[in-house]
Design a protein around this ligand. Structure first.
Ligand SMILES: [Zn+2]
Length: 113
C-alpha cells in the first residue's frame, strides 16, 4: 500500500474518500476514520474488521491502487499501461495532474518541442 499517498489524502484531501463513500452510500466519516487508522497502523490491512475492510475496498483502495492515467490527450491516450505507477502517484495528488511516468515524459518532450 502506498502509505505516503494515504497520509497525504487523510491530511489534505479527505474529501476524495468522502466523495466515493457517498457514491456507495457508506458513512463517509467512517471511511475517513478507517483511512486514519490505516495510516496510524502503517497500512496494516489485517488489523481491519470486516466492516472496515469494506470501507477500504470501496473508498480507499481506488485512490491508492490501479489509479488510471489520464493520458496527455485525454482518456485512452496513455502510452504506458494505463495506470499510474506507485512512485509517481504522490506527485499526481500534489500537482492535481494524473499522468503516469511515460506520459509525463512525453508531455515534457512535447512542451520542449
Ligand atoms: Zn500514462
Amino acid at each position: 500500500m502506498n502509505i505516503e499517498v494515504l497520509k497525504h489524502i487523510v491530511s489534505n484531501e479527505p474529501s476524495l474518500i468522502e466523495d466515493i463513500a457517498q457514491k456507495h452510500n457508506l458513512d463517509s466519516s467512517a471511511s475517513v476514520g478507517v483511512a486514519r487508522q490505516l495510516v496510524a497502523q502503517h497500512g496494516n490491512l489485517a488489523a481491519l474488521s470486516q466492516k472496515q475492510r469494506h470501507h477500504y475496498d470501496q473508498c480507499i483502495s481506488p485512490l491508492l491502487e490501479n489509479v488510471p492515467c489520464d493520458g496527455i490527450y485525454g482518456e485512452g491516450t496513455c502510452t504506458g499501461n494505463g495506470f499510474i505507477d506507485d512512485d509517481t502517484l504522490l506527485g499526481c495528488y500534489l500537482e492535481g495532474d494524473f499522468l503516469c511516468q511515460l506520459c509525463r515524459y512525453d508531455a515534457e518532450r512535447i512542451s520542449r518541442e
